[in-house]
Write a protein that binds this ligand. Structure first.
Ligand code: 3OU
Length: 282
């Protein structure tokens, strides 16, 4: 931890010298929205680089646990992951500074562009997310809340995985408890909604639901059903229907992510190959 109370990462891709995060070098420009921890702002670092600044409300995050993990998270660097640049613990509230993604979250992006995105674009978005997730899988890092709402889109319309692993630091029973209104039941595998048994194979289940979100251009999964009805449906072996924009080979891929048993599901490494083959085919 530097003298100014900030842990500064090596920004391998941005520059070759250390990227020191000094709160006085951060400029707040405008509010981007509100997340589980508090308000997120668009900012500038040293008047040049656009960044996103997450302000962490008191009592919203297990900050000490997060600070411990942040050192590792800063080492995670991949073109399809939203890069964590640094954390400022100098004062309250805590600031978490990340790469800025001009086009906001994937879910709103899909809904705003309904009817305007070709199937090839939809498939490429799934590939982007899959590549980011394959990197996390390779590093034995579990996302725990993969969904279109937790992916972001940059100015070049590239999709990146965001807020990976952050679910572990949320202080909010509605989000933590599997019977809570905010628990992502519709994106959770059976071993997660029954036993909270998270793994890269439970991330695979969520990825299948994310593919469904992409190919329905942002529909809510099991739109007419409550969380407890969904638990029953899935336990009966029922699954999400084939989206109209999804070809049968594409539907087969997302469906394979919903195998009841984790070992019956593919890995992200396998999925990236399958999705690439599909691109060459269509
Ligand atoms: C525990 N888990 C899973 C969490 C915890 C916190 C958060 C999330 C999940 C996900 C939501 N979230 C959150 C909240 C608020 C902002 C961001 C958020 C929004 C960004 N970008 C933009 C860009 C534009 C717009 C915008 O206004 N528009 C409208 C016009 O058309 C273009 C888009 C919005 N956001 C961005 O770059 N980052 C890094 C984070 C984020 C993502 O970070 C969180 O802060």
């Amino acid at each position: 931890v530097g003298s100014d109370g900030c842990i500064s990462p090596e920004i391998a891709r941005l520059s070759y010298e250390e990227w020191r995060l000094n709160p006085s070098e951060l400029l707040f420009l405008k509010e981007l929205g509100r997340g589980q921890f508090g308000v997120v702002y668009l900012g500038k670092w040293k008047e040049t680089i656009k960044v996103a600044i997450k302000t962490i409300n008191e009592g919203a995050m297990s900050e000490d646990d997060f600070m411990e993990e942040a050192k590792l998270m800063m080492k995670l660097s991949h073109p399809k992951l939203v890069q964590l640049y640094g954390v400022c613990t100098h004062h309250k509230p805590l600031y978490v500074v990340t790469e800025f993604m001009e086009n906001g979250c994937l879910l709103n992006y899909l809904r705003q562009r309904r009817g305007k995105l070709g199937r090839d674009v939809l498939l490429r978005m799934c590939q982007d997310v899959c590549e980011g997730m394959e990197y996390l899988e390779r590093n034995s890092f579990i996302h725990r809340d993969l969904a279109a709402r937790n992916c972001l889109v940059n100015a070049e319309h590239i999709v990146k995985v965001s807020d990976f692993g952050m679910a572990r630091y949320v202080i909010d029973d509605e989000y933590i408890s599997s019977s809570g209104a905010k628990f992502p039941v519709k994106w959770s595998s059976p071993e997660v909604f029954h036993f909270k048994k998270y793994s890269s194979k439970s991330d695979i289940w969520s990825f299948g639901v994310l593919m469904w979100e992409v190919f329905t251009e942002g529909k809510m999964p099991f739109e007419t059903k409550s969380n407890s009805e969904v638990v029953h449906e899935i336990s009966q072996g029922n699954r999400l229907y084939r989206p109209h924009l999804a070809s049968h080979p594409v539907y087969k891929v997302m469906y394979s992510c919903w195998h009841e048993k984790p070992e019956g599901r593919p890995t992200f490494a396998e999925l990236t190959v399958t999705l690439t083959d599909l691109t060459e085919m269509t």
